[in-house]
Write a protein that binds this ligand. Sequence first.
Ligand SMILES: [Zn+2]
Length: 564
Amino acid sequence: MSYVLVCIFALLLISPKAMARDKKTDMLASADACRKELETSSKDMKFRKNWMKCIGRYENITRRFPASEDAAWSLYRVGNLYVGLFGFSARPADLDKAIESFEGLVKRHPGHSLADDAQYSIGIIYFRHKNDLVQAYRSFLKIEVNYPDGDMVPGAKRMLEDIAVALGENEATRIPVQGEKPGGDYATVTDIRYWSSQNYTRVVIDLDRAVNYTHASLEPNAEAERPRRLYVDLDKTHIKKDIEREIPIRDGLLQRARAALNTPDTVRVVLDIESMKDYRIFHLLDPFRIVLDVERPQDRIKETKLTRKSTTRKARNGILISKEPEPDVSLARQLGLGIRRIVIDPGHGGKDPGCYVGGGIYEKDLVLNAAKRLAKQMKEKFGFEVFLTRSKDIFLSLEQRTAIANMRKADLFISIHVNAHKDERVNGIETYFLNMATDQGAITVAARENATTEKNMSDLQVIIRDLMLNNKINESSKLAHEIQQNVLSRLSGRYRRVKDLGVKQAPFYVLTGASMPAVLVEIGFITNKTERKRITTREYQDHVASGICDAVENYVKKVSETLT
Ligand SMILES: [Zn+2]
């Protein structure tokens, strides 16, 4: 009696599941068989119905067992089958189906080992078949950001480099400048500014509105006694009468910058270059300006050698330990990796007060105090060389801030801000690194910190272009996570209800063009009564600073662990 009962229970409990599993395995085997047969017959491949038969079999699996391992494989196979079918049909709709299937895999099976392969396939479809470079760039970038440890990263990086070059070459036609007015009006060059050091020069061309521009470098011409030149041509542009058209720079990098009408319609800004031709160029909005960065590479090479030499000593827990006590060597140097110089950027300043809710408390003052306290701790704890982008209540443009960091050859760039929200109950800490904005809240914060409109911020092309300039996304992401975690743990032990708003990615102009890992920390909300009171105190600012110091220490350790 009991024997029979057990059997019935076993049937009830186990069999349906086991049967389903067998059924599913059969289904995948049958779909695979269909696909393999198709792939061996060039005759069969000419008929759409044969492709659809195999696709249908895979789709049965994704429909009936959507969460299963087999479903992930089926989505991948369907994507590839549609790409194969497109080779015969040339129907764009087949490519869309392929993308849909690969995207389904990425979204519904994010942890699956095929997810980054699917993401890569999407990039290839945009690049090779749809000739949509912006979407292709975005797809490959997602691999670098979302699967940093995956095996598709090297391939994705190569694609990103190729596309960046292609986008640069096609710049004028492919990426129309935001806000361009068609026909008629001319833009005006209102100023040319520069910041310069031995190793680095940034030149900024200010305009009264957006223009299309192209750029190139010219080799030196000995016969004409002309040095190497870098030029930018600005379409439909004139020069303001009273600005200096020729600016001597003579910093060892650039001899001078000059602007002139090239054609009746075009202004050409030329940089005469003394020692090199590598450069990068990008634009910022509101007001429109074009930024040129010129760097001297030899010094970079020297730096790397120095760093490598110092890391050959034995490391334990990522901290380099020397045999003899070296009183002259700072902890910064002992930490190795060449991280010894930090630029801290207190947001806003001068005519730009930042967030303000009344009562005489301005974001610009709070962040200046917080930045000074952070600088003090970093000097004392690590012996870092620390520079502030501003130590007074003065206005700095966003491009000036990273120019300072680049000129100082800083190893890290940390921008300090105070947050705001229309709902005064919202509070907490969040840390950003430069990237595609992922949610509306991030876009809103970025728009405010950039002092531009959300409409501008949502312009994908501008965002993508900004991204192409910062190849430190992984490092910035690591640093941002460390800061978020460590600031929170310092604060939550001492204050009630400190909310973790997480690490976010957004297109901040202030982080654009930084050639080192760069993050932006929002240390609390000025619009929240409790948090506003805290932020104004020296204690709170010190705890935030301690958290950031912990974070930098951990970051250095982790980075050195991966190197040694
Ligand atoms: Zn701010």
